[in-house]
Design a protein around this ligand. Structure first.
Ligand code: ZN
Ligand code: ZN
Length: 371
């Protein structure tokens, strides 16, 4: 079988152009060079997708250090990405390679969230004479604004998740367990051409839906219950994220009100996705709607997050996010209401910030009915 209607040629990404932006961000953080150990950041900078390695980013070069398992792959992936990088292969600690590269460098940035105490002591020894600077989000802030190729991958991932949900949705009426429904979704996501699911698919029914990140259980989905399905796909490393709340048959009137409130809150939040407007306005629109219905305390999580190579990344959509939305950011808007022991509802879309406002990547219908 050669793919599906969901697999198609993808718009090229500008991987080579990323190093310059990261260099500028590193300089702003007071660093002359950066040791990139977070593998998602290594991939972003070089195109290398292996499970071990690090990148040295200096003003005049990028060095990718990995081990022999990845000798051929690192060469192939970085050249396919069009990135000018020096590859060093070693199965030993890269002390000599890094010390030589850093011999003339004064201030070296280390990714504080990815370097543990033991590593920090090791780097202090290897980079003797240089000043080590703990950095936060230097590469991650550059990853926030996506190019056309990145958005195209996320749109492809979202289309696959839409297709998988359309396929599996009628099955919910047959009373599958949460695990069976989740497996059917994961299988459809793979069959339609994704690399994998973007995260552990959530199917949570009845009282389980009151637990925002409940793992699927052996509980059968019953008539009249709200069912939260939170799912996504990965295409060429990039992720989509979508939640729908459904019911088999007519739910209890209070449960229906919970769902309709969340659906309305989500629509109002998406309407606030306007470039230049504070991100917190998206959160406020969702929260105001849910507060007005009397469920302020039942909206127990943030309103959304950036999506990209990671399922959760910058920017964070919350009340304290005063920074303006930027064209090219891809975020989720996902308010929820959770009433312990009774029901829960969440509705989530992945949207791109454009000059004209939000462009949805996830298109599955928001109707409660499963068929
Ligand atoms: Zn989600
Ligand atoms: Zn999400």
């Amino acid at each position: 079988m050669s793919g599906s209607e969901f697999t198609r040629p993808l718009v090229p990404m500008d991987v080579a152009g990323r190093a310059e932006r990261v260099r500028a961000a590193a300089a702003e953080a007071g660093c002359d060079a950066l040791v990139v150990v977070n593998l998602v950041n290594v991939r972003y900078l070089t195109g290398f997708t292996g499970s071990a390695g690090l990148a040295w980013l200096a003003s005049d070069e990028i060095v990718l250090i990995t081990d022999r398992r990845y000798a051929g792959q690192s060469e192939a992936e970085t050249s396919q990405a069009g990135v000018d990088v020096r590859i060093e292969i070693t199965n030993l600690a890269p002390k000599e390679i890094l010390a030589a590269a850093a011999s003339e460098v004064g201030r070296i940035g280390l990714e504080a969230a990815s370097v543990n105490w033991a590593d920090q002591r090791k780097y202090a020894e290897w980079f003797e004479g240089a000043e080590l600077v703990p950095t936060t989000g230097v590469v991650e802030q550059c990853r926030q604004v996506k190019d056309e190729g990145e958005i195209d991958r996320m749109a492809a991932a979202a289309a696959i998740a839409d297709g998988a949900l359309a396929e599996v949705r009628p099955m919910l009426a047959e009373g599958p367990t949460e695990k069976e429904a989740a497996l059917a979704l994961d299988t459809a996501i793979r069959r339609l051409g994704a690399d994998s699911s973007a995260f552990a698919t959530i199917v949570a029914s009845g009282p389980n839906a009151a637990l925002p990140h409940k793992r699927p259980s052996d509980r059968p989905i019953g008539p009249g219950e709200l069912v939260i399905v939170d799912m996504g796909a990965v295409v060429d490393g990039y992720r989509s994220d979508m939640t729908r709340t459904m019911a088999v048959g007519e739910p209890d009137p209070k449960a229906r009100k919970v769902f309709e409130t969340v659906r309305d809150a989500q629509r109002l939040g998406v309407e606030q996705v306007v470039p230049g407007s504070p991100i917190s306005e998206v959160d406020k629109a969702c929260r105001d709607c849910i507060d007005a219905a009397g469920w302020a305390d039942a909206f127990v999580h943030g309103t959304g997050h950036g999506v990209g190579l990671d399922i959760h990344e910058m920017p964070w959509v919350r009340s304290t996010a005063g920074e303006p939305l930027q064209v090219g950011q891809v975020i989720t808007v996902e308010p929820g209401v959770y009433l312990p022991g009774f029901c829960g509802a969440r509705v989530e879309d992945t949207v791109v910030v454009t000059e004209d406002g939000a462009r949805r990547l996830t298109h599955s219908p928001k109707a409660l009915a499963v068929t």
